[in-house]
Design a protein around this ligand. Sequence first.
Ligand SMILES: Cc1cc2nc3c(=O)[nH]c(=O)nc-3n(C[C@H](O)[C@H](O)[C@H](O)COP(=O)(O)O)c2cc1C
Length: 316
Amino acid sequence: MLLDHHFYLAPLQGFTDFVYRRCHHQLIGSIDEFYIPYLAIGPGKKIRNSQLRDCLPENNIDMPVVPQILCANADELKLLASELQQMGYSKVNLNLGCPYPMATKRGRGTALLEDTPALKAVLDNLFSDFNFQVSVKFRSGMTDEQTILNQFELLQNYPFEKLIFHPRTAKQLYKGQANRKLFAQLVALSDKPLVYNGDISSKADIDEILQLVPSQRTWMIGRGILSDPLLIKQLKGETISEQEALQLKMQFHQQVLDAYRAWLQDDGHVLMKMKQFWSYFANSFPNPAKTYKPIKKASKLDRFLEVYPSIFQKSV
Ligand SMILES: Cc1cc2nc3c(=O)[nH]c(=O)nc-3n(C[C@H](O)[C@H](O)[C@H](O)COP(=O)(O)O)c2cc1C
C-alpha cells in the first residue's frame, strides 16, 4: 500500500485533455495533480486555440491542474507566462523534456536544457518577473545522459517547487528502458526530492525504484493511467473487485464519450478522440491488440458506437 505517496498525471498532448482530466477527477479521483499538456508559441506567433482552451479556467474548475510552458527563450517565456498569469494560475511547469524534433529544432524542450545561456535567461525571468510556484520536467539530455549530470547544478540554483525527472534521452523518445539507476544517481546529487516519471504501470515497477531510492514518494504517471484509469486506486491499495473495476471503467468511458460528443460538433473529430482514448485503454482488456482492432477500423462514429459495447460485454 502506498498511502503516503503522491501521484501526478503526466501531460500527454492530445490524450490528457480537459475532457479526460475532468472525467477522471469526477469519477475516479485519487490523482493529486493533473499536469496540462504544453502551451507553446505556434504559427503567426500565436498560441493554438486548442492549447489555450485546455488551460482555460472554466475548463478546469475545482481541479488541481498545473499548466505547462514549452519555450525556447525568455521572449517566448514572457508571452506564455503572462497568458497563464492573466488566467489566474499560481503554479506553472517548465518543459525541458520534449524530445520531438519539431520542438528541439526550435530550441525548445530538451534542447533548452542543453542551451545554458538561454536556460538561465528563461529561469531568471520566470523567477524574477512572475510570482508562480514553478516546477520543472526534464530528461537526461538530447543524446548523452552526462548532460543532466552537468546541468543539474544550474537547476539546483533555482527554488523549484518540484523537479520531475524522466530518465531517457531525447534520442530515445519514449522507447527502450527508462534509466532508473540514473534517476537514483540524480536523487543522490539533489538537495530536494525528485518526482520520478517513466514506465510505471504496476506496483512492481514502483517497488523496483523503491529498492534503488527507498525514500521515493512522488510519481508522475502517463501511459500507465491511460492504459488503466484505475491504476492509482490499485497502487494505493484500495480494494476493488474485478466486477466493480469493469463497471467503473465502463462509466468512465461513457462519460468521456458523452463529453466529447457534447463538446465537438464534428463526428469525425469525436471518432478521432475516441480512437486515441482506446489506443491506450485497450490495454485494460486481455488481448489489447485484438480489442483495439475493430475500434481502429471504424471509419464512422456510428460504427464505433456499434462495436465498443461488445468489448465490455465480453469482459463481464
Ligand atoms: C503522445 C505524447 C504526448 C506527450 N505530451 C507531453 C507534453 O505536452 N508535455 C510533457 O511534458 N510531456 C509530454 N509527454 C511525455 C509524458 O508526459 C511522459 O513524460 C512520458 O509519457 C513518460 O511517462 P509514462 O511512461 O508514465 O507515460 C508526451 C508523451 C507522449 C507519448
